[in-house]
Design a protein around this ligand. Structure first.
Ligand SMILES: O=C(O)CCC(=O)C(=O)O
Length: 241
């Protein structure tokens, strides 16, 4: 169960997702990446590709939700009350210094979206076989209100300077995730050997009562996509109500 009284937190969740399912998903990632990343239809997609993020065609693959389809009740409890994942997930393959995301709070990114959720959490899932030796995330420790952000090239916005004296990062294993609140300042850091070549997913999650109408989510409890319209729940794909 995650706390709701603070929006500045980070948890290293060991073995959150089944490494066998995740490895299958990574094979699919490698198989479709080149073709899907070439499908740049809108300007904002070109900007995303420039920072190591993904086109809509790459993001909108339902297989990215496979690691969540048959999870145990204990795993759902670890994510509660944030049990609806936004669709589509953010997919990244960073390979260059310009792909490193500057210090930011996710609330600043969320507020730039077409439709704004009041509060989200992020579940960062690294896809490299040994994530501890790959580029990762660094977090500022402490409690934070929503901080000022300034414009930041294709990344959109970032926090200026190097403002955080106390930071932390985590030795991740394949199947682990980092779950953090939308006031938690964080940035991308290169691998311990200085290299930058990392695939990852960033799932954003909300409390179902705080979900938006007419938008798709993946419901961890039902193991399928759901959507609420005028307050009524509609199920998609193979879903057991
Ligand atoms: O994937 C990264 O390196 C950065 C991700 C990030 O900043 C986020 O999930 O908010």
């Amino acid at each position: 169960m995650l706390k709701t009284g603070t929006r500045a937190f980070v948890h290293h969740m060991t073995t959150l997702l089944d490494p066998t399912v995740l490895a299958d998903v990574v094979r699919h990632f490698d198989a479709v990446e080149t073709e899907r990343q070439a499908q740049v239809v809108q300007d904002h997609e070109a900007g995303r590709v420039r920072i190591g993020a993904s086109t809509d065609a790459f993001r909108q693959d339902p297989r990215w939700y496979d690691p969540w389809r048959a999870i145990s009740p204990e795993t759902i409890d670890r994510m509660r009350p944030y049990t609806w994942l936004l669709y589509p997930v953010m997919v990244r393959h960073i390979t260059a210094a310009g792909h490193l995301v500057p210090w930011h709070q996710d609330i600043a990114y969320v507020r730039r979206m077409a439709r704004v959720h009041q509060r989200v959490i992020t579940c960062f899932v690294p896809l490299e076989p040994n994530p501890a030796q790959a580029a990762s995330l660094e977090f500022a420790t402490g409690d934070f209100p929503a901080l000022d952000h300034v414009p930041w090239d294709d990344h959109g916005v970032g926090i200026a300077g190097a403002p955080f004296p106390h930071t932390i990062h985590f030795p991740l294993a394949f199947g682990d995730a980092l779950v953090f609140g939308d006031h938690t300042p964080h940035r991308t850091i290169p691998a311990p050997d200085g290299s930058i070549d990392r695939r990852s997913f960033e799932y954003r999650a909300v409390i179902p009562a705080e979900a938006l109408d007419d938008k798709d989510y993946f419901d961890l409890e039902r193991g399928c996509m759901v959507r609420r319209t005028a307050g009524r729940l509609a199920f998609q794909e193979m879903c057991t109500p």
